[in-house]
Design a binder for this molecule. Sequence first.
Ligand code: 5GP
Ligand code: MN
Length: 335
Amino acid sequence: MDSVYHLIRQPSRVVIVTHKNPDGDALGSTLALAAVLHKLLHTVTVVLPNDFPPLFNFLHGVDKAIIGEMNPELAMAAFEKADIIFCLDFNSLDRIDRFGLDVMASNAVKILIDHHIDPEPFADHILSKTEASSTAELVYDFLVDNKLEGYIDVNVAEALYTGILMDTGSFRYATNPHVFEIAAALKRMGMDDYMLQIRLFNSMTEKQLKLLGHCLANRMELMTEYQTGIIWLDRDDYKNWSIGRGDTEGIVNYILMVRNMKMAVFVSEQQNVTKLSFRSKGNINVQEICHTHFNGGGHRNASGGQLKASMEDTLAKVKEIIPLTMNAYQLQHEQ
Ligand code: 5GP
Ligand code: MN
């Protein structure tokens, strides 16, 4: 990364792109890096393949991002003119939809910063660490390693902490000792962690809370024998509840709150595909399941995928795969 150190000190046209359906880590890491590079006098453009949940409206600079789905020409022009392209929080170009082609075609220097398993080798420089619980941590380390710590202001610190909070489930999952050191450093910089907790976790709309109730009361099925639970929402649910971006965020996690549950699956019927979200505890590897059976991937304990199939067929496939997968593990029931 020695050449990167010099590269980022030379003002140029930078594009930062993150994965589609951007989550808190995708947005936080991207906006933090964008703000620092802006201070270094780069012309910085943030490209999000599609829109982000309104929950993240408060993040500094998010309003200036180009939403690729709405402004494809603008996004393509940015890629075409770029001298440097940063790819954050994704490991394969299909995670940014059609813009993968623009990244591939570009002559810009490409830098990947990510924490997913098996990154595709499309970038010139790759900072990939699966042991990091969030890309935000890696961006923090990237800034420190490149002697840019002094450029981390309160807005940058809040963006980074948002990424960390969302990807670690408030320090519950996949944490490493270093993430607590970063959190401490960000807090010393004036980041208001209490405000962020309120904004991110105590800001549900009435509709979202009632939708959660609907999911738990009417759409949850537990396969206790296999320590797995499923929650599903079909097209009618989407219509009846006018479900929007971000309204179903986090619902899958409730299954793992049930004693003995080791794996959770959330299935939602979208316009053209059926989307799946998997979560697990311990050694149950949902990345493998999503990669092998559902055209996806992610992390060992949090992954996603999709099928071009109806809700009915998708649920049938899920229920067929659960016993096959779970029987391979030595399942133990707690008291
Ligand atoms: P979520 O279930 O919250 O959508 O995603 C959980 C994790 O799985 C994230 O790390 C995300 O990057 C990954 N993921 C979600 N959907 C897909 C997908 O369709 N393909 C791949 N490769 N990863 C996904
Ligand atoms: Mn992430």
